[in-house]
Design a binder for this molecule. Structure first.
Ligand code: FAD
Length: 318
């Protein structure tokens, strides 16, 4: 079922959803199951599974020389989505990236999603490769999430990359895209960023999931501005509970966002990460309660595959 149908069916009631990360190559999917099973008791209508692009690593040879090699450390997003969807009867949303994929590979991946009964996809550009400062589009790949949205929307209309495909089925995906309450790091201004978001919606995106934020005011202002600009699709807030002290430095740098002073002070006072985790849980509970009262479509948690703190939060909120 489509995310937009879940939202419509809820008739204004806030849903609970979360995002997980595929295990590193070499690990078992059973560990992932163990982590998500406790969350399934809270009946999430959908679960997102992220995609990590390829990365470089150095292989050392016996003569001491280093060889630069390319690998995908966390493959298997579509397979994981299918496994979870069929094992637990819950909708899954694979994240589909521009970076690291040609348009052909993307089309094949979407065909797989269609065959596997996956109704929703999240269309994202992806970040630059770890060693690179700026995002560079893959040769024959999509440059912006907008281009990816257009490719998926074409498939919904039965238009494939090659004219000679006789399309007798249409892939009716529900398309999610990313939105940034505190602006995307590369955008010259908030207005520019919103204009680009509107283009994604005008070209077929059905809903938006936001980047994490720690001050609800930022989300409410973003939703208001988006509405003024004519963006009328559901905007789902993304929530991340802080769990370690170093998040205070890593998160603003990685995601271009600010922490509220009060949260910084609370975390600074913590003597260890167990205390930080508790502050993170309490903060996320307060954020979630206020967002739920405001009638947001879903509270979407960046769980990173760990269920313990998310359970503490949702058992207080729902
Ligand atoms: P876009 O919408 O393409 O925007 C990227 C930048 O380009 C923005 O600054 C935008 O304003 C600008 N822009 C857009 N169009 C144009 C244009 N025509 N001309 C000039 N500038 C333009 N990353 C992963 O690698 N894997 C994931 O699974 C993943 N999941 C995510 C889930 C969510 C909910 C969010 C919010 C982010 C996620 N990301 C993920 C991170 C995301 O890939 C990065 O934030 C990335 O840098 C931007 O992706 P986007 O889809 O927002 O890009």
């Amino acid at each position: 079922m489509k995310i937009t149908e879940h939202i419509a069916q809820a008739k204004g009631k806030t849903l609970f959803s979360f995002e997980i990360v595929p295990p590193k190559k070499g690990n078992n999917i059973e560990d992932l199951y163990k982590n998500i099973e406790p969350l399934l008791e809270f009946k999430p209508p959908f679960i997102d599974v992220t995609t990590a692009r390829e990365e470089y690593y150095y292989k050392e040879h016996p003569n001491g020389l280093l060889e630069k090699k390319l690998t995908r450390m966390r493959p298997g997003t579509v397979g994981i989505c299918s496994a979870i969807q069929h094992k637990y009867d819950v909708d899954t949303v694979p994240h589909v990236l521009c970076g690291g994929f040609t348009k052909e590979e993307t089309e094949d991946l979407l065909v797989d999603c269609f065959y596997l009964g996956i109704d929703n996809v999240m269309a994202l550009r992806g970040d630059a490769m770890k060693e690179e400062r700026y995002f560079r589009p893959t040769k024959n790949g999509n440059a912006y999430a907008l281009d990816l949205v257009k490719q998926i929307d074409n498939l919904r209309k039965g238009i494939y990359l090659h004219d000679d495909v006789e399309a007798n089925t249409k892939m009716d995906f529900c398309i999610g895209v990313a939105g940034y309450p505190e602006k995307h790091i590369e955008s010259p201004s908030k207005v520019f960023d919103l204009e680009k978001l509107k283009e994604k919606v005008d070209n077929g995106a059905d809903y938006i999931v936001t980047q994490m934020f720690f001050d609800n005011k930022k989300y409410f202002e973003f939703v208001e501005k988006a509405k003024q600009m004519g963006i009328n699709v559901p905007i789902i807030p993304g929530i991340k509970p802080i769990s370690v002290k170093k998040h205070l430095n890593i998160i603003p740098q990685a995601f271009f966002l600010d922490f509220p002073e009060e949260l910084v002070k609370e975390i600074e006072k913590c003597k260890n990460n167990a205390e930080v985790k508790q502050v993170g849980v309490e903060w996320a509970i307060q954020q979630s309660i206020e967002l739920k009262q405001a009638g947001v479509p879903s509270l979407h948690y960046y769980s990173m595959g760990k269920s313990e703190n998310i359970i503490q939060i949702i058992s207080k909120v729902f």
